[in-house]
Design a protein around this ligand. Sequence first.
Ligand SMILES: [Zn+2]
Length: 534
Amino acid sequence: MRLTFCAVVALVAAMPAVAAPDPAINAKIVDAGLNHGEVMDTVQYLTDRIGGRMTNSPQMRMAEKWTKQRFTDYGLSNARLEPFEFGRGWSIDSSQVRMTTPRVQQLRAIPVAWTPGTGSAITAPIIVAPMRRDRDFDKWRGKLNGKIVLVSMPGEGDEPKEPAFERYDSAALAKFDKFPMPKTDTAAFERALKRDGFDARRDAFLAAEGAKAWVSKSYRDGGLISGEGEGYAADDRRKVPGIQMAAEDYRKLTRLALGTEPVTLEMDTRVTFHEGDTRANNVIADLPGRDPKAGYVMAGAHLDSWVGADGATDNAAGSAVVMEAARILAGLGVKPKRTIRFALWSGEEQGLYGSIAYLDQHLVTRAPITDPVLAKANPYYSWAKRFPITPKPEFNELAAYFNLYNGSGKIRGIYAEGNPAVASTFQSWLAPFSAMGADKVVMSRTGGTDHVFMQSVGLPGFQFIQDPLDYDSRTHHSDVDTFDHLKADDLRQAAVIMASFLWNAANAETPLPRPPLPTKPKETNPFAYSDDDE
Ligand SMILES: [Zn+2]
């Protein structure tokens, strides 16, 4: 069903009745979350016991099963796995990387996700051969046979400029309160697409040249490694083992390589591909509402992670908060008007696959991809470019979606995503939590996670503002993303506010006001010339 013009106007015109938050319910939510909270028990199991949850890995399968059972135990209805096509799972069995000449040293490195392992110990000399673009291949042709190839520019040591652990002050929060002026630059987007797929082309080049393995430099100093990679598609077969190395170790190798003595590495990396079922699963559960015609509201966070450590701040934290909100609300023993749905997404780290699948399966149909370049691109780049958007019947049922993503930091407010019509409602919902540090409604957008494509089709999907803590400086995707970096008071506060927002949205007289159904936007600068080399 497509929305008629009149229906769109009616949606925009519908202002929400700013119902005062129910103080009795909020007091119960606060008590359940702060005095009887379970969020830290939940997140400890997800991290210490289950561990890193790469999409379709055995650990992620275990997490899907366990979280689904938890939702059932909380008393939710119809806890279920909603599958979607993703690709192969991958896990690390063991990994050892040493320098053997000119001296012996253990190096800090991790296999790059979805690359093959060496299978047994291999020893080979290194060559420093930085490659960033296709045209760099010519420089190294004929020089890589039998070598371990260092593919990143070494650069120089980088000192931290910001504090490693940070909470926002009011000046920092105020900076987010800026209306996001839209930018449409089709040429820039097409250039970005051309660069997409470079890793696969480099793998093919290295294999054809007879390289034994490749090494990339970690993008952060301080010994942090993450091993992010691609090549999960069922028909993608990377040929050359890759490792990501701590920046300090990597630069040392590149300095030694300028000397006269040969630099030799020994690598022994063992990994397993899991191809039995190429479908990933979103975990979904419902707290049924009393009015079947009133639609539903939703909370979500991504359950999958990278494999450098235990995926604690990214994003067991958000997942545990969503689960805790479910536990708190189910425990109230009162039915909301609208159904409250809880979602733990999979495939987020590879391009928001889980939330895109939910949109495709439940909410909208976007025009098919006809351009062959776009068709091969990651949906993260291409999905939002497909017009027209045709709403499915469920499109009008989703009254609000709240996401939690950026680590363990407590909630400081919420991004209104350029929709001024929701600001006063959010302000009133935050008011009871001002003394807990959450009071800011800002007009800017925030990107990078599972509410993004809801916004792209005009659905009311929102993400909270959170204190950054050490998320960007240390834990994001890294080998220290463990339980130690989670802050109990912050997570309990977040669970309480998430539960309260869901309760308010589920009982509001009218749904949050939506923008019109998006259509293909005009170029921001129709007079721009594009530089293909950029
Ligand atoms: Zn992430």
